[in-house]
Design a protein around this ligand. Structure first.
Ligand SMILES: C[C@@]1(CC(=O)O)C2=NC(=C\c3[nH]c(c(CCC(=O)O)c3CC(=O)O)Cc3[nH]c(c(CC(=O)O)c3CCC(=O)O)/C=C3\N/C(=C\2)[C@@H](CCC(=O)O)[C@]3(C)CC(=O)O)/[C@H]1CCC(=O)O
Ligand SMILES: NC(=O)c1ccc[n+]([C@@H]2O[C@H](COP(=O)([O-])OP(=O)(O)OC[C@H]3O[C@@H](n4cnc5c(N)ncnc54)[C@H](O)[C@@H]3O)[C@@H](O)[C@H]2O)c1
Length: 230
């Protein structure tokens, strides 16, 4: 998953970025184990729980935020050095977030042997999934990662996309209008291969796009109907 070599006395690590496939997961009711209840473990635990997963945190100590959320997150006060394979097997996803890098590596490696999804925030190149920085609204989602090189840079890239691209309402109008076009085409043309030719034709039509840019969705859909009936 990564290549390491020594250059000027630094160990250079290159994550093989091609090996990661971006996927959006619905983890409702999945069992997630977070090992380490400090700053990183707390962020991950809260985020997984907010997205519907059943979260357990095993740690020697817990942040105040975790202690306040015991109704939503199961806390187990245990030493992770003594975790059995049987316990790890009960979870679908494992995050190793203690401040003991050796322990995190050992646990993540065991988890991967058990074919679990494992995230090691202290050593991204050992993870078989990465938690990217992301933005989601009810129409689209954008996730950015620099594969652990710099979260601040990832955050900056995301801010630039939001400020320079998503701030233009025309993008949202376009998504809305093309969603309506899809409903319309599914209704009117039953043969998918015929239907598919219309998507790009309508998407690239100048008149359709002008209406979309002006926020005139109804006129845009009428224009789509004209194209379908041509
Ligand atoms: C998105 C977010 C999600 C979350 O953590 O829940 C996240 N990091 C966040 C913040 C953050 N992380 C760090 C800083 C300090 C400034 C800086 O260094 O930039 C800040 C800034 C802050 O805290 O504001 C330091 C840092 N990051 C990693 C290491 C380990 C290492 O390098 O060894 C170190 C310690 C380096 C050291 O010890 O020196 C690695 C990872 N961090 C990732 C995700 C994954 C890759 C995503 C990517 O490529 O961006 C990956 C690979 C872990 C993974 O696999 O999931 C969250 C957004 C918070 C928000 O929303 O604002
Ligand atoms: N990926 C990221 O975004 C990111 C960001 C900052 C830091 N980090 C790295 O993540 C690691 C954790 O950082 P943190 O700020 O959450 O640390 P922290 O000190 O706040 O928390 C560590 C937690 O691990 C627990 N722990 C330690 N040994 C344990 C054991 N044997 N069994 C059970 N629990 C144990 C501690 O009780 C504590 O709750 C650090 O190595 C840090 O460099 C990653």
């Amino acid at each position: 998953m990564y290549i390491a070599f020594k250059l000027n006395n630094f160990i250079m690590i290159f994550v093989d970025t091609d090996i990661f496939i971006p996927i959006y997961l619905n983890l409702a009711d999945f069992n997630v184990l977070i090992i380490g209840g400090g700053k990183v473990g707390t962020k991950r635990a809260i985020s997984f729980a907010e997205h519907g997963a059943k979260v357990t945190v095993i740690s020697l100590s817990f942040s105040d935020e975790l202690l306040k959320n015991q109704d939503k997150i199961n806390l187990l006060n245990e030493n992770a050095n003594e975790l059995s394979e049987e316990l790890l097997s009960r979870f679908d996803i494992i995050v190793t977030a203690t401040n003991d890098k050796v322990l995190n590596s050992k646990l993540c490696s065991k988890a991967k042997q058990l074919r679990k999804l494992c995230n090691n925030p202290t050593n991204p190149e050992e993870s078989n999934f990465i938690v990217p920085i992301y933005y989601t609204d009810n129409k689209l989602s954008i996730a950015v990662t620099t594969f652990g090189k710099s979260s601040l840079s990832s955050k900056y890239v995301l801010e630039l996309i939001r400020e320079n691209i998503l701030s233009n309402n025309a993008i949202y109008n376009l998504i809305e209008a093309m969603g309506d076009v899809k409903d319309l085409l599914k209704d009117e043309i039953k043969d998918p291969s015929k239907r598919f030719t219309y998507y790009s034709k309508i998407f690239n039509d100048e008149i359709f796009r002008n209406y979309v840019n002006e926020g005139k969705i109804e006129q845009a859909i009428n224009r789509a109907k004209v194209i379908i009936n041509e």
